[in-house]
Ligand binder design. Structure first.
Ligand SMILES: *[C@@H]1O[C@H](CO)[C@@H](O)[C@H](O)[C@H]1NC(C)=O
Length: 281
């Protein structure tokens, strides 16, 4: 009897530990009921209507980690809406690692906007279209953040690698703990085709969904970062990870085929010269 029950029990306990729980990991911060935690806390939805958007943030602050979330974005005519999903520290010289999904007319592609702020300085935008419709299914958006790299990934495919180039005078996010934030809001003054296309409120409420959050990360508490030592000594773990040649090839594929804007090639914007990280990347 025991030998039959035990594997079943172990299996269901593991499932619970693995699946996470939105109540445990996040606080809904605004939107008065427009953000909802559903399905045994396995699903979170944000919504936006004419009077408000909504948002949530992580309970924990993190300093380094591999953070995955699955998102399914606002379907149909999502023009004017922005779903932001990002890590940020606090204060005037904050660090920030951004994913922002800019909606579009039905049938026109979403834009995935990325940026990295270090010590309060951003202006490092890279934008992509996606190789799938991000409104049909959940897809995994990941940030791998270790002392040498910030790598943005979509379904495990790296799209951007912000390297630690402190030796060349470029600040790197490595000492300010960051929280995870997400929000769905109206940005029709700039988001879709430069603000020319406005939100069509007859389609409201707009909804974006989240599931399968996983943070394999160092949690900040009382002024120190709790990093498992096993992670630091694991050569295959995220702490030591960088892009091998196969991953670099996949990133080149994504950038060559789907990148629509790269600040590093925008000479008009930087007449005094491109930012230093651009010449080394
Ligand atoms: C919307 O679709 C247009 C036309 O395909 C495209 O140029 C643009 O990048 C898309 N995204 C946004 C946010 O405007």
């Amino acid at each position: 009897m025991a030998s039959v029950l035990f594997p079943l029990l172990a299996c269901s306990l593991m499932t619970i530990a693995w699946a996470g729980n939105f109540y445990q990991d996040f606080d809904i911060t605004w939107g008065e009921g427009r953000a909802k935690i559903l399905d045994n806390a396995q699903l979170l939805t944000l919504s936006l209507d004419k009077s408000s958007g909504s948002g949530f943030q992580s309970k924990n602050e993190y300093l380094f980690g591999k953070i995955d979330m699955q998102l399914k974005l606002v379907p149909g005519n999502s023009a004017g809406t922005v779903t932001a999903y990002y890590l940020s520290s606090q204060g005037p010289s904050h660090d920030e690692i951004d994913f922002e999904f800019l909606g579009n007319l039905s049938g026109d592609p979403y834009t995935l906007h990325t940026n990295v702020f270090t010590q309060g300085k951003g202006n490092r935008e890279m934008q992509f279209h996606l190789w799938f419709d991000p409104t049909k299914d959940f897809h995994t958006y990941s940030i791998l953040w270790n002392p040498r790299h910030v790598i943005f990934m979509v379904d495990g495919i790296p799209i951007r690698d912000f390297k630690n180039l402190e030796s060349r005078g470029v600040a790197f996010p490595k000492s300010q703990p960051m929280r995870i934030y997400s929000s769905l809001w109206n940005a029709d003054d700039w988001a879709t085709q430069g603000g020319r296309i406005k939100t069509d409120w007859t389609n409201a409420p707009f909804t974006a969904s989240y599931r399968n959050f996983n943070a394999d990360a160092c949690i900040w508490s009382s002024g120190t970062s709790n990093c498992p030592n096993s992670q630091k000594s694991d050569n295959a773990g995220w702490w030591n990870q960088e892009l091998d040649s196969a991953s670099q090839q996949r990133m080149r594929w994504a950038q060559q085929n789907y990148m629509i804007y790269n600040y590093c090639t925008d000479l008009n914007r930087f007449p005094q010269g491109l930012p230093p990280e651009c010449s080394i990347a």
